[in-house]
Design a protein around this ligand. Sequence first.
Ligand code: UDP
Ligand code: MN
Length: 304
Amino acid sequence: MTTDLGESWTMDSREMKNIDNKQDVKPWEQLLSMYPGLVVPIQESWKDPLSIRKIYMITPTKTRAEQIADLTRLAQTLYLIPNLFWIIVEDESQRTGRLHRLLQSFNLPFIHLNIATPDYLKPTKNQSTWRRPRGMHQKNIALQWVRENTSTNEDALVYFADDDNTYHWKLFQEIRKIQLVGVWPVGLVGELLYERPICLNGKVYSWFHYIYRKRKFPTDMAGFAIHLGLVHKHSNYLFNVSANSVGEQESNILGTMTSMNQLECLANNASKIYVWHTKTQSMFLTTTEKLRNAGMKYDLISEL
Ligand code: UDP
Ligand code: MN
């Protein structure tokens, strides 16, 4: 499933050292002198023993012209994150070679799954984003995969990470501090610069948010992660794929698996933003369409 390089990312720091000795090269030292900006974050991530707990990161991904670019950007963030297993669920009835080749090219540990969102639940082009939760079938398949492929007592974390958000490497260090469920601010969401829990001594006592005030846990999917044990404990839990009010999914999973006073407030008492709900603009490709309609052989090169 993974390449040699991919597997080396799942080892602990002691094993990393052995690899260095074995090969009689010091890749980190070499890299450090060349790219301190790249190596320091990685070293930082490995410093804390807690930081080697595994993160299962679930990413639904929809076929669109910008998909390969979005996933490339995301994958290159993941090079900074040790011991992360990426579960990518393609919104297609069959896994495409196009996406599979891209994923293999990254040399990250991953599994490529797929399930198509049924037509009647697909968001339409002009439907406002909050009308239709997206990527829900895909997240459900990933939850099933996690249940079937991890042990119930593994000390690991689960995070739902959409393919077009922006993630700082420090977010993943925060995720590894979680005992059961952690929450933190999300930037550029809810018609605000950020939404966030308001916390005192690591506990949530209120939320800063504006739209759709009825949300019980007013946070975006990017604003929390849960311990793997909860996915096993709530062994039948799946997202309601046809829910159509915003925030229902987040409130539902958090309401089922935890309670407000159990939440662990991270990112320095929710004073830091480490993830942004950025959105990739759909590109205007009208000329491409015209060429295709005119029967011109246009798709001669592929993205990889
Ligand atoms: N997605 C999907 N199928 C869809 C629409 C979206 O799998 O029909 C994925 C998409 O690639 C992304 C996630 O679901 O990873 C959330 O979608 P999007 O970013 O469009 O939603 P928003 O940013 O509006 O929450
Ligand atoms: Mn998005």
